[in-house]
Design a protein. Structure first.
Length: 141
């Protein structure tokens, strides 16, 4: 059951972030603790997702301050690529592409999303893939 702890911590952090500003900070602290625990135990299977959720919470807390969220999403992509965790890479790349698109950085959005979508077979069971493909089409010249 110990292997489930990171995903449960993320779920709690997301719930806390939905509850309000003070709880958002508590959720971020929870994720920082989870990342520290991953370092200690080397149980890194959920690390990319923790970085992605951290970015989402940071953006929710302060939408104008995107630098920390961008850094977390880049970390999520790097971890997912290293682990060859394609679905986690796609989710992080989609989040980063949306962030870039909102900042009128369409070329950056395309550059981060295209490699993450590549190689996925078409499926309706992974809604993020459908969303990523639609965004990629909208970004194409």
């Amino acid at each position: 059951m110990v292997y489930l702890v990171p995903s449960l911590e993320v779920a709690l952090a997301e719930a806390e972030s939905e509850a309000g500003a003070l709880e958002t900070d508590a959720g971020l602290r929870r994720l920082e603790d989870a990342l520290a625990e991953l370092e200690r135990t080397e149980q890194r299977w959920y690390e990319a997702e923790i970085h992605r959720i951290r970015a989402e919470i940071l953006l929710k807390r302060d939408p104008a301050n995107t630098a920390a969220a961008e850094q977390s999403l880049q970390a999520a992509i790097a971890v997912a690529q290293w682990q060859k965790a394609c679905s986690f890479e796609l989710r992080a790349a989609l989040s980063l592409a949306k962030l870039y698109r909102a900042a009128n950085r369409d070329a950056d959005a395309h550059a981060v999303l295209a490699p993450a979508v590549e190689g996925f077979p078409p499926t309706q069971q992974f809604p993020e893939l459908t969303e990523a493909q639609a965004l990629l089409s909208a970004l194409s010249p």
